[in-house]
Ligand binder design. Sequence first.
Ligand code: SF4
Length: 467
Amino acid sequence: MTAKTMFDKVWQAHEVVPESADTPAILYIDLHLVHEVTSPQAFDVLRSRGLQLRRLDRTLATMDHSTPTDTAQIFGGMPIRLESAAKQVRQLELNCAEFGVNLLGLRDDRRGIVHIIGPELGATQPGKTIVCGDSHTSTHGAFGALAFGIGTTEVGYVMATQCLLQRKPKTFSVNVTGKLPAGVTAKDLVLAIIGRTGVNGGTGHVIEYRGPAIEALSMDERMTICNMSIEGGARAGMIAPDATTFAYLKGRPYAPSGAAWDAAVADWQGLRSDAGARFDKEVTVDAGTLEPMITYGTNPGMVTTVNGTVPEKPGDEVFAKSLAYMGLNPGERMTDKQVQVVFIGSCTNARLSDLEAAASVFRGRKVAKGVRALVVPGSQQIKREAEKLGLAKIFLDAGAEWRESGCSMCLGMNGDLVDAGQYCVSTSNRNFEGRQGIGARTLLASPASAAAAAVRGRITDPREFLA
Ligand code: SF4
């Protein structure tokens, strides 16, 4: 029997009709996650054709992209200030009520960023196919699911049929050997991988992250890695489920229980790639050689170490244009750069362990004069836990803002924006031109690096704050 990769196993189990030279495969979808930005047109199509959702029990909606993070606008009776956001929130409420979709609404204590609440509720499970109208759906691959973003039109197809037309991607093994040094995080690792393989390195492929350094990661850290697969061009990222995965899922509201749990775990254990399985592409990275990373350009592949310098690429006009936007020069030391904004949040790094890492730097210190620091938990559940553990107090005592959950400054659709020309160290995943506001300059880094920049007012090696 041919040895199979984990991706092949999940794909084949969901292939309703295999692809041919002329037609893509028809793939069955186990879980469809819905949010307010990419769903209105899909609901309109269903309405205009007189269709219903094919599987309401496999559809879960939340709101995150345009929701306010200001408590008064959610719980204080104040209207949502941004008209476009208020409209999207209202429309999702109306659509979900009309079609019977399970919605974790604005004041629901299970609400949060779609890629954070799926795992948190246990809806994200190994071996599932998961889609959402958002590219960072790759996050869910951390559980051994095949999870990827789809377009608005496809959101409608999945609602109506629970299936999707897909060409089969190739496979890419990213083997991470060694052990991450102290003070070097999963975010640094994934930035280093993208820096090495490039923003198009994964194009047309599904990445499987494997090796001892990956197996040693917590689920929060694995989600950070898979979240950014899309920034390396990949369709999805996956990590084999193991004891860490099962321990995370056990007892969560949507996870199986009793005999069904035992049967599920037995199934999930068979998902990992068979010994000798062949990948279309492979790369090996030694985690032991890595340092804290930070981006300097306008894509996540333009990355260096926090103690590094902006590289030189004579004659590369695209590179020069990117540096001009960022107001940086070749040879400049990253630690010389002053910052005006720090954003700790997003589906990449707003889980409890990320907030703990940031709080360990903020504890007993103050945000530097002239810096605005915004801490936005990934879900209401994380918010509650962080408050219970005293993390929120640490942020507030330091002078940072502590908000309700949502995507917030990751893309600023709710009005949480960075001003033109300002430098923002952000724990999110995209540093494209204008991502955080027109003219905003985004520097991607880990929560510890972001907190260190907030305290010092310039880019700083977070290891200076290690206890
Ligand atoms: S936090 Fe950012 S990347 Fe993640 S789902 Fe929201 S907007 Fe997309």
